[in-house]
Design a protein around this ligand. Structure first.
Ligand code: CO
Ligand code: CO
Length: 329
């Protein structure tokens, strides 16, 4: 669902947790819920499943797992276990497809050091696949959407454009080589970047997924009561993304994000239209968006480029709350 719809649904729903052990609950719309089980140990819970975005069943399983694990990494936690969620048109679709998806998913979970404990399957007209993941974190190391502070530098660890390129793939417009690239990007875990982040004590992070870079940046800005200033020319895009956008190839979800953000951001005249669209592109298994204290940014950037994402880029800055939560220049 789009960000606007989610806000509507949650209006009037009791969101304040009853227990003090809930460190992150419904009230803050963070990437995952966090429950304290010991003074120095918390469990982190998240779930994510969706319809196929690539043709290869094994790849799709791996993407679904990397995407589900991502919310655990965004919180600064380590994944432990997973449960599989399957909606499958049995009788109409070859069971081998599901077997391959599971293989791809389990392979990715193993890479992350997480164990698949079980799952649940439902017969459904439309295939859907994903995981509920449980992780562990030190409460003092948690990274939240509300952690952005004045002067922090914005860091994005993966280029944008998986939504646009998936649309191009569906339309039969994506060359094989670019398809392989994008699959590789979506199956790349955010693990190494997350480890660097927790090691260096970064306290503000989210992963860029369905609401696009700007939708998730907006969430961080409002949760932190600050304004995020994003330099559109510094935002990294995967190869071909801006060209496809200029030809009108992009997913419907992109327009939903754009409409949601209307009135919530200021866009300077210099910002290229294609980049503005691209920053609203819903991502699958996107990168981490971190707010990093200025004195830590150089060391962190070096560490991330060494062990995490070579494509990580500095894309802006956190400033004191302006009239709007987002300024794009
Ligand atoms: Co998330
Ligand atoms: Co999620």
């Amino acid at each position: 669902m789009g960000p606007g719809d989610l806000e509507k649904v949650l209006t009037g729903i009791p969101r304040k947790p009853q227990s003090k052990k809930v460190l992150v609950g419904l009230d803050t719309l963070d990437d995952a819920g966090v429950y304290l089980i010991r003074r120095d140990l918390a469990l982190v819970h998240t779930v994510d499943f969706f319809t196929p975005i690539v043709d290869d069943a094994y790849d799709f399983g791996a993407i679904a797992a990397a995407n589900a694990l991502s919310d655990v990494y965004a919180m600064g936690a380590v994944p432990l276990t997973a449960l599989c969620i399957v909606c499958f048109p049995s009788g109409e679709m070859d069971l081998e497809i599901l077997r391959q998806m599971l293989r791809g998913g389990i392979g990715k979970l193993r890479e992350a050091g997480a164990e698949l404990l079980g799952g649940h399957s439902v017969r459904d007209k439309e295939l859907k696949f994903g995981f509920a993941v449980t992780g562990a974190a030190r409460p003092s190391k948690l990274a939240r959407k509300s952690g952005a502070r004045d002067g922090d530098v914005l860091l994005l660890t993966k280029p944008l454009g998986t939504g646009v390129l998936s649309s191009a793939l569906k339309a039969g417009l994506l060359p094989k080589k670019m398809e392989r690239e994008i699959v590789k990007q979506m199956t790349t875990l955010n693990r190494a970047s997350s480890q660097v982040m927790t090691r260096m004590g970064v306290k503000a992070c989210t992963d860029v997924t369905g609401f696009g870079l700007l939708g998730h940046a907006y969430e961080m800005a409002t949760a932190s009561h600050h304004t995020l200033r994003i330099d559109s020319s510094a935002v990294p895009f995967a190869q071909g993304v801006l060209e496809f956008i200029s030809k009108g190839v992009f997913p419907g979800g992109l327009s939903v994000v754009r409409e949601f953000l209307e009135g919530k951001l200021r866009v300077e005249a210099c910002v290229q239209d294609e980049r503005m669209y691209g920053m609203c592109d819903p991502q699958t298994s996107g990168g981490l968006l971190m707010c990093v204290p200025e004195k830590k940014i150089n060391a962190l950037m070096r560490a991330i480029q060494r062990t995490g994402s070579k494509q990580a880029k500095i894309i802006g800055k956190v400033v004191r709350r302006d009239r709007v939560p987002l300024v794009i220049y």
